[in-house]
Every structure is written in C-alpha cells, then in structure tokens.
Ligand binder design. Structure first.
Ligand code: PAF
Length: 263
C-alpha cells in the first residue's frame, strides 16, 4: 500500500498488538484532525536479540480492526523492504539513549529513532502521537525533532491504567495471577513518591515501596528532570519518577510526574 503524505495527518506509529493504550493515542490523534494514520511495523532494529523479535506478537487483522474502530482513517503495514530499502544510517540516540532503558537494551534507542525518522520521512505528518508510558522514548523523539529540525509536532498522550493502577502494556498478559497482583506495587510506589516535595525522601520512599514486594526485581527507580532526563537536583523543575523492573521475567515500566512544588 502506498501511504498518502498529507500535511494534515496525525500519525500514530505502533508495533501492533494494539490495546487500550494505543486506542487512546488514536482517539487523541482524532481530536487533532480527521486524517489519522496508524502504522504497524515490528522494527527489527530495536530488538537486541532475534528470539525477542521472533516472539513479538503479530496480530495484524485484529490490530487493523482496533485501529479503525478507534478512529484511524488509514492503517499501514509496511514491509521491511519498504522501510529499509537500502543500507540505512543509524540515528545515534546519544548519551541519554544509553541510560535507564538504554542500559538494559543495548542499541534499542538507536534502532527506535532510526525507524521513527524513516517513518516520518515516508509519511510527513503534521503531528505524531507518542505515549508517556515510554517516557524516555518520548524524550528522545522530541530531541531528534529538534536535532534534525523536523516540521512535526510531537503530541504526548497520558498513560492509561488498569483499575488498580497498573500501567497498560501488551506484556501484562504474561504475568501469573500472583505476579499481576504484585505488579500494583509499581504504581503505588510511584503515587507515594510523587506526592512528596523533597527529592531525597521521594527517592527513598520509592525504593522502599518497591523493595517491599518480593516478586518485583527493580532495574532502576529514579527521579529525573524532564528537561534533561538526568537525575533531578531541584524540586522546582518539572520532575518525573521512573521505574523499571521484572516480575515473572516480564519487564514492566512505569512513570509518574512529581507534584509541582508550591512556592
Ligand atoms: O513505541 C513503539 O511501539 C515503538 O518503539 C515505535 C515508536 C512504534 C517505533 O518502532
């Protein structure tokens, strides 16, 4: 399928396995314009190992139905050859691409930025929608827009949560019933920590809350400054608590904005 380049399009890039979180991105896109393009492309460049790539869920028929029902006007499933017709130049995600998620997944963010840049070249949208769930991805995409001076507005969409607070993710179905119950420790820890207006106390509150759940193995728990993605050193900046770890071998990510200090 040839994708239509339209200056009035809002673009929602995905890797498929669509869930309510993706639906919310598509609905948000639809509030901006009547031309909503959803891409479904499992990007080989952002997987560290071939096993993960092979195991990634591929459900194109139900994905198309979900995207259209949520308000997409075009659903595009490009092939690897369409996206990478010849040797591509990798986009370097820089220092920030090597911290946090980047430390756990070598090369992931270079591969992610490379495909996003390529998708932008092919679709030339006016807006592109990214979820706050992958906050580091959102930060790096915004930085890439500035670095290459791309004429695209990045719109961020809030995290969609289950009724008990767990951030929605296609990985949640892989949790055992006990693991699923234990997973609420993440959003609970984040809620407690982000309500505080003292960075040191917020950091210990977060790590203490997470360490109380024996099924959760923490990878990182930090409070970052949203402008730099480095550990925050002032309560007066826009800060965010970010967490990643494993339950039952399933990697879970979440984040929450710190409440603003009232001066
Ligand atoms: O967030 C995702 O699903 C992917 O990283 C993206 C942005 C579609 C690029 O492959």
């Amino acid at each position: 399928m040839t994708v239509l380049k339209q200056p009035t399009t809002a673009f929602v890039p995905t890797m498929g396995a669509l869930h309510a979180g993706h639906e919310s991105l598509i609905k948000l896109a639809r509030t901006l314009t009547d031309e909503v393009l959803v891409s479904i492309f499992v990007n080989p460049l952002q997987f560290e190992n071939v096993d993960d790539l092979a195991k990634y869920p591929r459900t194109p028929e139900s994905d198309k139905a979900i995207a259209l029902a949520a308000g997409a006007t075009q659903v595009w499933l490009p092939t690897v050859d369409e996206i990478y017709p010849e040797k591509v130049d990798l986009v370097d995600s820089g220092e920030i691409g090597k911290f946090f998620e980047g430390a756990a997944r070598t090369g992931h963010f270079d591969g992610m930025l490379t495909v996003v840049k390529r998708l932008f070249e092919l679709t030339a949208p006016r807006w592109a929608i990214f979820g706050e769930k992958d906050f580091q991805q959102l930060f790096l995409v915004k930085s890439m827009i500035t670095r290459f001076n791309l004429p695209i507005e990045i719109v961020s969409a809030p995290i969609i949560r289950e009724s008990d607070g767990l951030a929605m993710s296609s990985r949640n179905v892989r949790l055992s019933p006990e693991g699923r119950k234990a997973a609420i420790v993440i959003s609970q820890g984040l809620s407690k920590a982000t309500a505080l207006q003292d960075l040191a106390l917020a950091r210990t509150t977060l790590t203490d809350a997470l360490s109380n759940e024996p099924l959760f193995t923490v990878d990182y728990a930090e409070i970052i400054d949203e402008a730099t993605f480095l550990p925050a050193d002032s309560i007066e900046t826009n800060n965010r608590a970010i967490v990643a770890g494993w339950i039952n071998g399933v990697r879970l990510l979440d984040n929450m904005a710190m409440s603003r200090v009232s001066l």
